[in-house]
Write a protein that binds this ligand. Structure first.
Ligand code: SF4
Length: 373
C-alpha cells in the first residue's frame, strides 16, 4: 500500500511519523501550488466548496507520484462536508485511476465501516502497543506544530527581525519530520524555546491585537489564504488564530475530549446562534465574542466562498460586531480570489483599527486632562 492524504498546514509532518511507524508507506502530495488548485478546479463541480477542490488537486498530484490508496475523513452535519469524500472518490474513479479510497466516516454513520476504515488506516494487524506509541508521538508532533505557529503569530510584531523568527520555526518544523521518540520531541521543543527566547525584541508593547475565526481549512491553510497571518504580523499586529486541527479532532471525538475553549465558545455563541449549522459556524461566532471580551482590536473572518455555515455565521457576526463594537473583516476565499485585492483590504482594516485606537487614546488623555468634563 502507498497511501496519501490531503494537506492541511503541517498535518503531513504528523502523518509522516504516524504511518511509517505503523508500517504503511506514504506518498505525501506535493506542496499546494497554483497547479494543485487548477487541477482541483478543473475536475470538481463549479459550485463545490473550495477546500474540496484543493484537496482533490492534492490527491491527483499524489496519485501521479505513485500513491495507490487515499485516506480521507468523512464529514458530519448539515453542510456539504458530508459528501466530500464520496464526491472525490467518484471523480477519481471516473478519471480511470485505480486507487483504493478509504473514507473514515464518523462512527455515528455506522460503527462497523468506521472500525474497518480505522483498521485499514492503522495498517491491519499491528500490535496495540505499537499503535498507541505511534499515535502518541504523532499527536505530540501535531500539537507542537500548532504551538510553533501560535508563537510565529504572536511574536512576529515583537521581534526585531521576523525573518530570523521564520528561520527558527521553519528549521524546527523540518527537524520534526525525523523525530523518532517522545524524548527527541521534548529535546527539540526545548531547543526551539531557547532559540526563540534568544531572538532580539523590538521593545514594542502597544501593538494591535487581531483574532482569526472561520472555516477549519481556509482559516489555517496559509498556502490558500494568502498567508493573512503573516501579512497582519508584517503590519505590526499581534495575531491569534482560534482555529486548530488539534481542536477539530478533539471536538469531533466529543463529548469527553472537547476543550474548555470550545465549550466556552459554544456557550458564548448561544444567545446569537442556538442551532448547529455545520462546520465551524458556531465556533466563529463564539470565538469572535471571546476576542471582544478579551479586548482584541478586531477580528478577521476567513471562509470559503459559498460556505454555508460561515455565511450563516457572517450574518450573525454583524450583530456581534455591533453589540461589542468590534470591527470584523470578512474574507471569502476561492479560486478567483486575488492577492492584491486581499492585501489592500487587510491594510485598510489595520488602518481603521489604528485610527480607532488612536482616537480612544486621545479621548482618554483628554478626559484625564479635563477631569471635570
Ligand atoms: S464547512 Fe463550508 S467549506 Fe467546509 S464542507 Fe461545509 S460548506 Fe463546504
Amino acid at each position: 500500500m502507498r497511501a496519501t492524504f490531503p494537506h492541511l498546514l503541517h498535518l503531513d509532518i504528523a502523518l509522516g511519523i504516524l504511518y511509517p511507524t505503523l508500517g504503511i508507506e506514504i506518498v505525501p502530495p506535493p506542496p499546494i501550488t497554483q497547479k494543485t488548485i487548477e487541477i482541483g478546479v478543473k475536475l470538481a463541480p463549479q459550485n463545490a466548496c473550495f477546500p474540496l477542490k484543493v484537496t482533490l488537486g492534492n490527491f491527483i498530484e499524489a496519485i501521479e507520484k505513485g500513491a495507490d490508496t487515499i485516506f480521507m475523513v468523512g464529514g458530519v452535519g448539515p453542510c456539504r462536508f458530508g459528501y466530500y469524500g464520496q464526491m472525490q472518490r467518484l471523480i477519481i474513479e471516473d478519471l480511470g485511476y485505480k486507487v483504493r479510497f478509504v473514507l473514515l466516516d464518523h462512527p455515528r454513520y455506522g460503527i462497523r465501516p468506521f472500525l474497518d476504515a480505522l483498521r485499514t488506516m492503522a495498517g491491519g494487524r499491528i500490535s496495540l502497543p505499537r499503535i498507541i506509541k505511534a499515535v502518541r508521538l504523532s499527536w505530540g508532533v501535531l500539537r507542537f506544530t500548532e504551538e510553533l505557529e501560535a508563537q510565529r503569530r504572536a511574536l512576529r510584531c515583537q521581534v526585531e527581525n521576523p525573518q530570523n523568527l521564520d528561520q527558527v520555526i521553519d528549521q524546527t518544523l523540518e527537524a520534526l519530520r525525523s523525530v523518532a521518540s517522545l524524548e527527541e520531541l521534548e529535546a527539540l521543543k526545548k531547543r526551539a524555546a531557547e532559540e526563540i527566547a534568544s531572538l532580539p525584541r523590538n521593545g514594542r508593547k502597544d501593538f494591535l491585537r487581531v483574532g482569526i475565526v472561520g472555516e477549519v481549512y481556509i482559516a489555517q491553510e496559509t498556502r490558500v489564504n494568502f498567508n493573512v497571518e503573516r501579512l497582519l504580523g508584517d503590519l505590526g499586529v499581534y495575531v491569534h488564530n482560534s482555529v486548530s486541527t488539534v481542536e477539530y479532532i478533539l471536538h469531533t471525538l466529543r463529548p469527553i475530549t472537547r476543550s474548555k475553549e470550545k465549550i466556552e465558545a459554544w456557550k458564548l455563541a448561544k444567545p446569537y446562534l442556538k442551532r448547529f449549522v455545520g462546520g465551524e459556524g458556531i465556533d466563529s461566532v463564539g470565538s469572535a465574542i471571546r476576542y471582544a471580551r478579551e479586548g482584541f482590536d478586531g477580528v478577521v473572518h476567513l471562509y470559503p466562498f459559498t460556505c454555508m455555515p460561515e455565511i450563516v455565521a457572517k450574518g450573525v457576526l454583524q450583530a456581534v460586531s455591533r453589540d461589542f463594537d468590534l470591527p470584523i473583516l470578512h474574507l471569502a476565499i476561492d479560486e478567483h480570489s486575488g492577492e492584491a485585492g486581499l492585501v489592500t483590504r487587510v491594510e485598510a482594516f489595520v488602518d481603521v483599527l489604528e485610527r480607532r485606537r488612536w482616537e480612544r487614546k486621545r479621548r482618554l488623555e483628554h478626559d484625564g486632562a479635563f477631569p471635570w468634563r
